[in-house]
Each structure stands twice: as C-alpha cells, then as structure tokens.
Design a protein around this ligand. Structure first.
Ligand code: C5P
Length: 241
C-alpha cells in the first residue's frame, strides 16, 4: 500500500494518486471494466462494494490485484466471530489490500486474527457517513455520532485493526482519540461543485487531506461525471501543491 498522510511533507513533488480510492459503484461489471480502462493509468486504487460483489466483482477484484492495482473490498462484514473469521480468511487469499468490517469489538477481533500472516489490512467502519444523530437514535443507539466514533476508534485500536473508515468531519476527533495509531480512510468527500447525494458529513478533497485523512474514497463525483477521468484528474490537481 501507500505512505500515510503523516509521512508526506510539503516537499513531496506530487500527491500519490493511490490515496484516492475510486468507489466502483456502478450496476454492471461491464461498466466497471470500462470505467477502469478509462481511469487507468492515472487512478491506481479501486473499491469494490455491494453493487458489484454479487455481479462478478470478486473476480474483478482478483484480476485488478493481479494486474498490480490496489484493491479495497468493501464487504462491511458483521456476523458471529466464527463466520467473520471464515470470510476474512477466504478474502486474505484474494490479493486485495483493504477489507472492511463494522467496528464492533467481536467482529474486529475475529477479523484481525483471521488476517494474521497475510497482507490483508482490516479497516473498521466507525459510523456510516450517511448517519446523523437522529439516524443513530432511530436505530436504537443512545450515543451521539461523536460519542459512537470516539468509542469505536478506541475499540478499533484495541482490536489491532489497521485503519478506520470515518467522515472528514470525524478526522480530528479520531486523531484526538487514537492519534496516528490508525490510518484513516475517508468517504463523504465532495469537490466544492459536486452534489452531496445521501452523504451528510462531507468535505472537499483538500479539506479532508488537510484534516489528516490518509486515503479518500470517492464514488459519484467521479463515476457519475460526464468525464470521469477529467473529474479524477481535477481532484488530483486540487491536492497537488
Ligand atoms: O458516491 P460516494 O462518493 O458518496 O461514495 C462513497 C463510498 O464510500 C460508497 O461506496 C460507500 O459505500 C462508501 N462508504 C461510505 N461511508 C462509510 C463507509 C463506506 O460512504 N462510512
């Protein structure tokens, strides 16, 4: 994988494009393949989520990994520990770099154990970036988003996961809580002129990086753009000094 934000300095010549993870949230494998062909070689890091996983996306993930791209398999696993461990052990053989689980202690611990000895890195999803305080209350939680994130960040560090998925607005809270013990992977990123869609806690790419995100996950602003490559390159340019 790539260097963390903390390791980059203002003297670095350019922003590492593999820190921008393109979420391949398209309805068919053919569209994903066309998008990848269009975006490479500039884009280096792709996320395959629920849209594609059930439509041949797992083979695409293996193929991308064997072609030398960084792959983030966004499974958001959460189950009994034995089942999580089985899933993670199988994913560890696929060659992908990142996989997600929800940030519940049992789930994170089972995932970390199952990934031991492999190159697979476990990311924990703190609170979905589409969730606000009202949504958490609706789901039966008495914690605010900030309280849930701080608690889950500590639990993630204690479980030994590699990184935390959190919104740009949560980065300072995560750093206050766990410092740089965890890498941060940040969806909810929108160029200034892009639509928010269902994301509630958003920031521009530059603001998210300034707030110490290690990786950005960007879907619709790139994949739904009239020209995805131009959109990707404009985002990259906004991050270059
Ligand atoms: O299209 P957009 O840029 O909103 O896509 C964000 C991506 O990040 C989606 O694939 C979504 O599933 C993922 N994600 C998220 N919030 C999280 C974890 C993952 O939006 N907490």
């Amino acid at each position: 994988m790539t260097s963390s934000a903390a390791q980059l300095t203002s003297t670095d010549p350019e922003f590492d494009p593999s820190r921008i993870i393109v979420a391949l949230d398209v309805p068919t494998l053919a569209e994903a393949e066309a998008l990848i062909a269009h975006l490479t070689p500039t884009a280096r890091h792709f996320k395959i989520g629920h849209h594609l996983q059930f439509l041949g996306g797992l083979d695409l993930a293996r193929q991308l990994a064997s072609d030398g791209y960084d792959v983030f398999l966004d499974t958001k696993l959460h189950d009994i520990p034995n089942t999580v461990a089985g899933g993670i052990a199988a994913i560890a053989d696929m060659g992908v770099g990142f996989v997600t689980v929800h940030a519940y202690p049992q789930t994170m611990e089972a995932a970390v154990q199952a990934a031991e000895g492999s190159d697979l890195k476990i990311l924990a999803v703190s609170v979905l970036t589409s969730m606000g305080n009202d949504d958490l209350a609706d789901a039966g939680y008495s914690l605010t988003v900030d309280e849930a994130i701080a608690r889950r960040a500590q639990q993630a560090r204690d479980a030994g996961v590699h990184g935390l998925v959190c919104s740009p607005a949560d980065l300072s809270l995560v750093r206050q809580t766990v410092g740089t013990d965890l890498q941060t992977v940040t969806p909810g990123v929108r160029p200034a002129d892009a639509e928010k869609g269902d994301q509630k806690r958003v920031a521009t790419p530059a603001a998210a990086i300034a707030a110490s995100a290690d990786y950005l996950v960007i879907g619709r602003p790139i994949v739904k753009a009239d020209d995805p490559l131009s959109s990707f390159e404009a985002i990259l340019a906004s991050l270059n000094p």
